[in-house]
Design a protein around this ligand. Structure first.
Ligand SMILES: Cc1ncc(COP(=O)(O)O)c(C=O)c1O
Length: 409
């Protein structure tokens, strides 16, 4: 069979492969960016499901995007300090489909998309069919996008169709953009007529006060991407875009070609859950639980890794970015970690847009799916794997703190 150039050119997803191996019994997995299934509000969702099915046609019919759900999402976003009208909400099958649709809406032959040097890989996959040129901007794992570099590129004439950014709870870096940086970014967007796609997948999972969304600072410059995946359940596949009303019709046409509509059942279910008024308590519980895990990860990193390692300290989201000394390549390290220590993480290389000049010694630790009582042991296993990796290569152990972290070997 003759495959399209797009399909033939696709590399098998390392993440999918990892998901399979990392879910083997006994493995503590920081690999995949999943929320904890134990925290899904199953009873409330069961009640919402019963209520939806009890009223014919019970969300089982084809349907138009549910106006009531849009209203509930407007309320949800007000918790994020974002104000918009239901007519601006475009429902999609997860944020991922929203990104794909934006690619189809905004990109054409020869288009450019600006991304950080280390960026959510799902975004690159989402726009791969349009094959835009990716203009990467340096980014700092601790501070986020380098605005001087961005300004330089824009001043030099770069005119991307949009800049893709995760200002809050960055995946994979775990950083958040400060208020002053957000202001400067908006100034640049105004000056250079730049459209920003703000991916806020984890924006409601914050553990400390956060800066306002870019959308709320400059609605005319920003398209907002939201999702219920991390705060309710990814299997619902309910996401949304906040766009100028004029874009709803073309987006709807593009979406029709994909799946007609976001699962009507999921829309009704999400709407019933949000209407039940339980989201506030649920979010508070999620924040408490994930804050605890974040704190445990950071404490365990402190205990197990020496001064040669650095990591981000997320104030929101589900990810910590760990940089080990340069000679440790995190891809083969993962093999050691899985085989010997039964622990998994995601090699940072997956997220690197231009591989030149970026250390291959980076790891993304996704702590959302790791139960609190396993976090410390999981991080200790990573440190032991790194130490063994160094020992096997005849290097002096510089990664972990040996006195505080006796090696198993
Ligand atoms: C930053 C970011 N954007 C988008 C998505 C896709 O989310 P969804 O499940 O809503 O498609 C994810 C999923 O992990 C994500 O981390």
């Amino acid at each position: 069979m003759h495959l399209s150039a797009l399909a033939a050119g696709m590399r098998p997803s390392l993440l999918r492969h990892l998901l399979a191996r990392a879910s083997a019994p006994g493995v503590i997995s920081f690999a995949v960016g999943v929320p904890d299934g134990e925290l899904f509000p199953r009873e409330d969702l069961a009640a919402a499901t019963a209520a939806v099915l009890a009223s014919p046609p019970g969300g089982l019919q084809y349907g138009v995007p549910l106006p009531a759900l849009k209203e509930r999402l407007v309320e949800l976003m007000s918790l994020r300090g974002l104000s918009c009208r239901p007519e601006q909400i475009f429902l999609c099958s997860g944020a991922q489909q929203g990104l794909k649709l934006l690619g189809e809406l905004l990109l054409g032959p020869g288009s450019h998309v600006m991304v950080e040097e280390v960026a959510y890989d799902g975004m690159r996959i989402a726009v791969s069919a349009e094959n835009p040129r990716l203009l990467s901007v340096p980014t700092d794992p601790w501070e986020g996008i380098d605005l001087d570099a961005l300004e330089e590129r824009l001043a030099a004439g770069a005119r991307p169709a949009f800049l893709y950014l995760i200002p809050e709870g960055h995946n994979p870096l775990g950083c958040s953009l400060g208020l002053a940086e957000r202001r400067r970014l908006i100034e640049l967007a105004d000056r250079f007529d730049l459209l920003i796609v703000e991916d806020d997948a984890c924006g409601l999972l914050h553990y400390e006060p956060v800066a306002p969304t870019l959308y709320s600072m400059a609605p005319e410059r920003v398209i907002y991407v939201g999702t219920l995946s991390k705060i309710l359940a990814p299997a619902l596949r309910v996401g949304w875009l906040v766009v100028p009303e004029a874009l709803i019709a073309p987006l709807s046409m593009l979406k029709q070609a994909m799946d007609f509509d976001t699962s009507t059942f999921a829309q009704h279910l999400a709407c019933a859950f949000l209407a039940s008024g339980r989201m506030g308590d649920h979010l508070a519980r999620l924040r408490d639980e994930y804050r605890l895990r974040r704190d445990l990860v950071l404490a365990a990193l402190e205990t197990n890794f020496g001064p040669n390692a650095r990591w981000s300290r997320p104030r929101s989201g589900l990810y910590v970015w760990l940089e080990l000394p340069g000679e440790i390549d995190s891809e083969p390290l993962l093999e050691t970690a899985l085989e010997v220590e039964k622990v998994a993480f995601c090699p940072g290389s997956i997220y690197v847009v231009d591989e030149v000049d970026r250390p291959r010694s980076t790891l993304r630790l996704s702590f959302g799916g790791v139960p609190a009582d396993l976090v410390e042991e999981g991080v200790a296993r990573i440190a032991r794997a790194a130490r063994r990796f160094e020992e096997e290569r005849g290097k002096e152990a510089v990664v972990c703190i040996p006195s505080r972290n006796p090696s198993k070997s």
